[in-house]
Design a binder for this molecule. Structure first.
Ligand SMILES: NC(=O)c1ccc[n+]([C@@H]2O[C@H](COP(=O)([O-])OP(=O)(O)OC[C@H]3O[C@@H](n4cnc5c(N)ncnc54)[C@H](OP(=O)(O)O)[C@@H]3O)[C@@H](O)[C@H]2O)c1
Length: 249
């Protein structure tokens, strides 16, 4: 890839799953990456074996805009100006109906999935605009478009992000910033263990295996959207396992 085609990409939620897969693919393609997450030890492991200047990592809770701002201010010069933002950090908490959901779980989902996206977008937007080839990718969910039982708050947060991205795109169209929403179906990551509070891979009853995508599948779709010529905007991608009939299984 030519140096002019390489990007400086800010990836939230890079310690696991889709975000971590994005980091690996982007670095392998010659882009410089800023990888964020709360678990610094995991972020440091991403640096192993990489050449100097390929990856910058920083601990950051996206719920707190001051932390996002601080990471941005502390960026080494080689990682500026950021031209690409992947709003990926997110989580679902709880497996039951809404009336059983703790208020703390509601708050964490809204603060992470909604406010986290707003925090990162507002801090990075001046840099994305100044780059004249900015790109924002929001990782939403098919739950944003296809309601399902027990989706309630999580699905609503993803509908918020999808609508935010779709509304931002025309606003930024004349300012050299593209916006893409990526809505995955079920992906095999730590998402389910975070959701249930039970660590380890999700187990399905015998004969009832749940079809899943790999994190790499979603990361590949994100890279494809980023690498389209700058006159083309991929508005939205909905990517589900071929065997997944509904949003919930
Ligand atoms: N897996 C699926 O089936 C699926 C389907 C549709 C959409 N998605 C979406 O895909 C995105 C990535 O999820 P995943 O499947 O890759 O799950 P994952 O493996 O659990 O990864 C989630 C990432 O988000 C980060 N994160 C969570 N809360 C954060 C916070 N407050 N501040 C900073 N980072 C935070 C986590 O890092 P730390 O814990 O280290 O902070 C982790 O790196 C999410 O937005 C999720 O909603 C997933």
């Amino acid at each position: 890839m030519s140096v002019s085609a390489s990007r400086i990409v800010w990836v939230t939620g890079a310690t696991s799953g889709i975000g971590r897969a994005c980091v690996a693919k982007l670095v392998a393609r010659g882009h410089r990456v800023v990888a964020l997450g709360r678990r610094l030890e995991r972020l440091k492991r991403l640096l192993e074996g990489l050449p100097e200047g390929a990856l910058h990592v920083a601990a950051c809770d996206v719920q707190d805009i001051d932390q996002v701002q601080q990471v941005y201010q502390d960026l080494p010069p080689a990682f500026t100006p950021v031209d690409t933002l992947i709003n990926n950090a997110g989580l679902m908490l709880g497996t039951d109906n809404f009336d059983t959901l703790a208020e703390s779980a509601m708050r964490t989902m809204v603060m992470t999935n909604c406010m986290g996206v707003l925090h990162n977008t507002s801090v990075l937007l001046p840099s994305l605009k100044a780059s004249a080839r900015g790109h924002i990718v929001n990782v939403t969910s098919i739950g944003a478009h296809h309601p399902y039982v027990s989706g309630h708050v999580y699905a609503a947060t993803k509908a918020f992000v999808a609508h935010f991205g779709a509304s931002l795109r025309p606003e930024l169209a004349s300012q050299g910033v593209r916006v893409t929403n990526v809505a995955p179906g079920r992906v095999e990551t730590e998402f389910q263990s975070v959701r249930t509070g039970v660590s380890g891979p999700a187990t399905a009853p015998a004969g009832n295996a749940v079809p899943t995508l790999g994190a790499d599948d979603v990361a590949e779709a994100i890279c494809w959207a980023l690498e389209q010529p700058t006159h083309a905007n991929v508005n939205a991608i909905e990517l589900v396992p071929a065997g997944q009939a509904m949003s919930f299984r």
